[in-house]
Design a protein around this ligand. Sequence first.
Ligand code: MG
Length: 158
Amino acid sequence: MRIGHGFDAHRLVQGRKLILGGIEIESDAGALGHSDADVLAHAISDALLGAAALGDLGAHFPDTDERWKDADSMELLGHCSAQVSREGYRIENIDATIIVQRPKLAPYIARMRENIAARLAVSLAQVSVKAKTSEGMGYTGDGSGIAAYAVTILAPVS
Ligand code: MG
């Protein structure tokens, strides 16, 4: 078994969409980034790559590369999953936490899980997504940013 951990954070600004797990969230601010700035997809991608010791998302999809400008991060997640498969692993489970003060994400969690499970070709029970606030503290609490953490376990394909 291999364990992987991922973290990501993005600035929240006016005039950008907020996309989490490939789902567009109704919000007065969106995440700033070279790609679609899907902080959840990025944290999970890094967890997958990390578990297989394949480096990080930035190394695979540099933000200096025009090809990844406004990239659909769920596509990038799919690429990471394919790389992990090529290394001879399958995903056992994923557990992720998004930290943001607002908007409230509870109404979107089920759709995020479904979307991620479908992209990774795993069952819904293998994908956990949780959302928390940081009780008003720090950049995730004052509305200036959003963060996500993810862990995953990979098992060798027998
Ligand atoms: Mg990112």
